[in-house]
Design a protein around this ligand. Structure first.
Ligand code: NDP
Length: 493
């Protein structure tokens, strides 16, 4: 043993690290006991007379009562959006529209801490993600689209862009406020009005956004928010007063929406599921790739449509890579979403936890090898430990179906051609990741991968200027960038 080796103290095992709790202040947000619907600039009681409780997935404690909108409520909301569209929003000077969007963006920044805490309480995601990802990006979407509002003619030269009318927008529970921003900001920038239905399990930040709209003095009826379950969404889709439908959620519901709208001439944007391949070549920076893999699948508990849920690793480095990955998993902190040290928060709902458990059990039954780092899960609430499956067969359900949880399936490949073939062997096509030091290989791979987004030596990077969307069963249409604007416009050529 050399002198240096002799003097270097042994690195502590990852599990020896202790963190003191670092809780974010819960009392920065105070929820009302009951939230009505936001229609025509007013908070109103639901005509349906029905309410439901939204609770925290981290401890199952109730947070607030929320209105369950029925057919009559949806009709009122669409009517309010139509009136606001006709009464001035669609003909407002674009630079004036931009001012409202800038105002909303700034209010989101000012109220970021409060909204981040609300997002983590209602949805279970770690506060560091709500604070550092969801809120900054939601504000960025409004800033970005405020900039476009009076430049649409420049975005589409030699074409005459016009708004579509009333946009119906249905969003999921994984990024409640961010998905709202992705939908509402471009719709308003283009001169449309909106009826938005947030997900049943995460309605609170959308209802707080109603307050943001009032603070920004947005004209009444430009944004309307109808809360409820899938039946409220179905009422909205069926309504004959809508001119545009934008949906993010499961492929099954996306298909049902497409069937419902067939023949009605309504433009649709569908952003559905995914089973992204994160492809790691033997020449990559291994430690950097491990961080990218962790970010790709454990970010937001894996409740991410573009999550890197299939790891394709070149056979020659599979062993060291998986060793490093398992060691890294031991350092992930699972627990209280409001603790600033938490990496993996609560699973969003009992139903989602059941789905994850069922798919993980099927993986074990198929003979895949499961690894979960030792971690103590809280007794109350919905929790699932970060999980890696190795020895996964291509045909196994854990390699083909969207788990939407913190579960990674590892497969191997030998050649770039094989990597492409395996990556594309899925009904989905939303995203992919490539890890290699060779620029030429990145370009070669990117041109062959059937995915809407291909990240190189990074993963889960989002920017309002960059269009996002899928191929095949991941949906169609793009959100963000110039392409995203086009989805909210018609053109008098
Ligand atoms: P859904 O597709 O059911 O939910 C998405 C949104 O659609 C929610 O607002 C939902 O309302 C609403 N909705 C449900 N049924 C209808 C309908 N018939 N017509 C109109 N709107 C409807 O997703 P789930 O929450 O059920 O999640 C199931 C699976 O979907 C997940 O396990 C995951 O695999 C995938 N998923 C993918 C997402 C993505 O970003 N691509 C996001 C969420 C889920 P409500 O919440 O009230 O039921």
């Amino acid at each position: 043993m050399s002198d240096i080796e002799h003097r270097t103290p042994a690195a502590p095992a990852p599990l020896d690290w202790e963190y003191a709790p670092a809780p974010e202040a819960r009392d920065i947000v105070s929820f009302r006991e009951r939230y009505g619907l936001y229609i025509g600039g007013e908070v109103v009681e639901p005509r349906s007379g029905e309410w439901f409780t939204t609770s925290s997935p981290a401890d199952e404690s109730p947070l607030a009562e929320v209105a369950q909108a029925g057919g009559e409520d949806v009709d009122l909301a669409v009517g309010a959006a139509r009136a606001a569209y006709a009464d001035g929003w669609s003909s407002l000077r674009p630079a004036e529209r931009a001012k409202y969007l800038f105002r909303i963006a700034r209010i989101l920044q000012e109220r970021a801490r409060e909204l981040a805490v609300a997002e983590s309480l209602d949805g279970g995601k770690p506060i560091k993600e709500s604070r550092d990802v969801d809120l900054p990006l939601a504000a960025a979407h409004f800033f970005y689209h405020a900039g476009w509002a009076d430049k649409l003619e420049y975005a589409f030269p030699s074409r005459t862009p016009r708004p579509l009318g009333v946009a119906a927008q249905i969003i999921p529970w994984n990024f409640p406020l961010l998905m709202l921003a992705w939908k509402v900001a471009p719709a308003l920038a283009c001169g449309n009005t909106v009826v938005l239905k947030p997900a049943e399990t995460t309605p609170l930040t959308a209802l707080m956004f109603a307050d943001v709209c009032r603070q920004a003095e947005l004209p009444a009826g430009v944004v309307n928010i109808v809360t409820g379950d899938g039946s409220t969404g179905a009422e909205l889709v069926r309504h004959d007063g809508i001119d545009k439908l934008a949906f993010t959620g499961s492929t099954d519901v996306g298909k049902a929406i497409q069937r419902e709208l067939a023949g009605r001439g309504i433009p649709i944007t569908l952003e559905l599921g995914g089973k992204a391949a994160n492809i790691v070549f033997d020449d990559c920076a291994l430690d950097q790739a491990v961080e990218g893999i962790v970010n790709g699948i454990y970010f937001n508990q894996g409740h991410v449509c573009c999550a890197g849920s299939r790891l394709l690793v070149q056979e020659s480095i599979a062993e060291p890579l998986i060793g490093k990955l398992k060691r890294r998993l031991q350092t992930l902190r699972v627990g209280d979403p409001l603790d600033k040290n938490t990496d993996v928060g609560a699973i969003n709902s009992r139903a989602q936890l059941d789905k994850i458990r069922e798919l993980v059990a099927s993986g074990e039954a198929d003979g895949a090898e499961i690894y979960q780092p030792p971690c103590v899960l809280p007794e109350r609430g919905y929790w699932f430990a970060p999980t890696v499956f190795t020895n996964v067969a291509q045909s196994s359900r854990i390699a083909t179906e969207e788990i939407f949880g913190p579960v990674l399936s590892v497969l191997t490949f030998r050649t770039p051609d094989e990597a492409v073939e395996k990556a594309n062997n899925t009904p989905y096509g939303l995203s992919a990741g490539v890890w290699t030091e060779k620029g030429s290989r990145i370009l070669w791979m990117a041109s062959r991968l059937r995915a809407g987004v291909v990240w190189a030596n990074t993963f889960n990077r989002f920017d309002p200027a960059s269009p996002f969307g899928g191929y095949k069963e991941s949906g169609f249409g793009r959100e963000g960038g110039r392409h995203g604007l086009e989805a909210y416009l018609r053109f008098d050529e």
